[in-house]
Write a protein that binds this ligand. Sequence first.
Ligand code: ADP
Ligand code: MG
Length: 318
Amino acid sequence: VEFDLIESIRVRAVARDDVLLGIGDDAALLQPPPGQALAVSTDTLNAGVHFPQETAPADLGWKALAVNLSDLAAMGAQPAWCTLSLSLPQADPAWLDAFLDGFLALAQGHAIALVGGDTTRGPLSVGVTVHGFVPAEFALRRTGARVGDEIWITGTIGDAAAALAQWRAGDVCDPALRARLDRPTPRIEAGLALRGLAHAAVDVSDGLLADLAHVLRASDAGAVLQAQALPHSPALAARFDATRRLPLQLAGGDDYELCFCAPPAAHAAIGHALAAVKTPAAVIGRVVAEPGLHVVDAAGNAIDVASRGFEHFTEAGR
Ligand code: ADP
Ligand code: MG
């Protein structure tokens, strides 16, 4: 039965010239381009922990690959190959087909080859490993932020957390918000465009404050963020007023936007580079020498982000 499942995956997998041997042998044989570093990243999604049990299989397939591609984007890497580890409660060909519809739609969009994996019986769990290329000197590391850098975010944030909040409360989910949760867009083109321009980058998976804190800690710096500069979608504004929006935007995760730090001198070049790949982005703050992450309102007054509302949200969100 498992052989049939693997065979149904193999016949749908797309080829690339640098895949010398794909699914079907004991290991894949892959040919990385000379002179580039191989960027490798893995993320696992477990049912009931990282996604609601009733998530549509096509959405799960998309999201499992998207969250991994987002990590490559945050490194400035060009995706090439992936592997897929599936733990399935039962062999269900229809479920697998729907899962592959979502997974392969995203893979094809970025010309990524599925080159292998593992299929086992167990609680529903999806592990993906992605491989990409980046010249080592252009990789967007977390350690590169410098005092005076502008802090940017792509797109809008808060939508995915808003959808999760609606779902948890048993409310009707706004379809635009729900789409951000179920089908995140990895910012691959933006990551590539930021090579040589950004000092450091991270993708927002756990929440802006938490993920930016990783960069600041690694770079030995602090930051001041402007609450009113955080970009939000029309759908978010329609459902959540500014006060209820802020915790979703600061502490909510799952948006998979890129947060990056870059020198002010690169501001115009970044604007052009991101416009060329149709990725909106906004400056939301500054890197400062004093460690710690501060959020200020329009009047410049500090907002207490360690307050109960935020902590409660962060706990509920994990
Ligand atoms: P082995 O016993 O050598 O690990 P498997 O039966 O696990 O062999 O896998 C056979 C082939 O199918 C391998 O090439 C493996 O990479 C591929 N494969 C297994 N499961 C998956 C999957 N979920 N997605 C993609 N390829 C898979
Ligand atoms: Mg195996």
